[in-house]
Design a protein around this ligand. Sequence first.
Ligand SMILES: *[C@@H]1O[C@H](CO)[C@@H](O)[C@H](O)[C@H]1NC(C)=O
Ligand SMILES: *[C@@H]1O[C@H](CO)[C@@H](O)[C@H](O)[C@H]1NC(C)=O
Ligand SMILES: *[C@@H]1O[C@H](CO)[C@@H](O)[C@H](O)[C@H]1NC(C)=O
Ligand SMILES: *[C@@H]1O[C@H](CO)[C@@H](O)[C@H](O)[C@H]1NC(C)=O
Length: 240
Amino acid sequence: MVASGCFSNAPVLNASSGVGHVINVGGVNSYVTGSPLAVLAILLVSDVYGFKAPLLRKIADKVADNGYYVLVPDFLHGDPYDPKNVSRPTRVWLKDHEPGKSSEEAKSIIEALKRKNVSAVGVAGFCWGAKTVTNLAKTELIQASVLLHPSYIVVNDIRGVNVPIAILGAEHDSLSPPKLVKEFEEVLKAKPQIDSYVKVFPNVSHGWTLRYDPTDPKAAMAAGNAHKIMINWFDKHLKK
Ligand SMILES: *[C@@H]1O[C@H](CO)[C@@H](O)[C@H](O)[C@H]1NC(C)=O
Ligand SMILES: *[C@@H]1O[C@H](CO)[C@@H](O)[C@H](O)[C@H]1NC(C)=O
Ligand SMILES: *[C@@H]1O[C@H](CO)[C@@H](O)[C@H](O)[C@H]1NC(C)=O
Ligand SMILES: *[C@@H]1O[C@H](CO)[C@@H](O)[C@H](O)[C@H]1NC(C)=O
């Protein structure tokens, strides 16, 4: 269960980064950005570093610029993984933050949004956040899903998916190696009634869409391409 790829390249967290702000939605503090009057909403489920990561908020702002009300919920409840805390190794931290457990909270958020005239919801999850997305993708609550370098996802999770799903894997990834991503693809190919997109991106490592060095033009471009694919996927399935 423990793998270093999920926990490397810790970002410097910043509670005031991003153009949005933090409010409580459906019982969960969430960074929100974009017009609250938008009828299309997107939830971004963070990695182990949570909703104060500046690059995650920047991605949320970028998605919002495409006409969405975007939320990044604090599913870690103020307790992101802290690589400096040697008395709490990853395995201990993961016990308190079991991947996928936040799907119940995500459901409350989505129900709150739907009471406020949101007509369709897309959900994307990065690393740790992916399991919450596959749990939601088994329900009728959401209309599109995206996994970015997922962690802790097994073939059975993908078998249960009932909504359009895009999976963006990395060539160098011990958590979801290309071989496993290929298996996901096979499962989805056998379900042609569910629109799917699966791609293993060359020359990138686990975490490349979120914990990249923004001053490295190649890394920034690779991440930007992934964000674009995610946004296009939401446009295809929500703006119709
Ligand atoms: C945190 O984000 C705010 C808003 O973007 C910025 O003004 C501030 O300099 C950032 N703080 C750090 C320590 O980066
Ligand atoms: C480190 O983790 C331990 C065990 O969970 C916790 O009691 C302690 O408060 C943490 N220390 C810091 C500085 O967060
Ligand atoms: C929400 O939608 C209903 C039905 O379309 C409409 O009557 C109501 O005014 C809308 N409320 C807001 C806040 O947009
Ligand atoms: C692979 O990525 C590294 C790191 O971003 C970069 O330096 C290198 O040029 C890339 N190689 C290719 C073939 O694109």
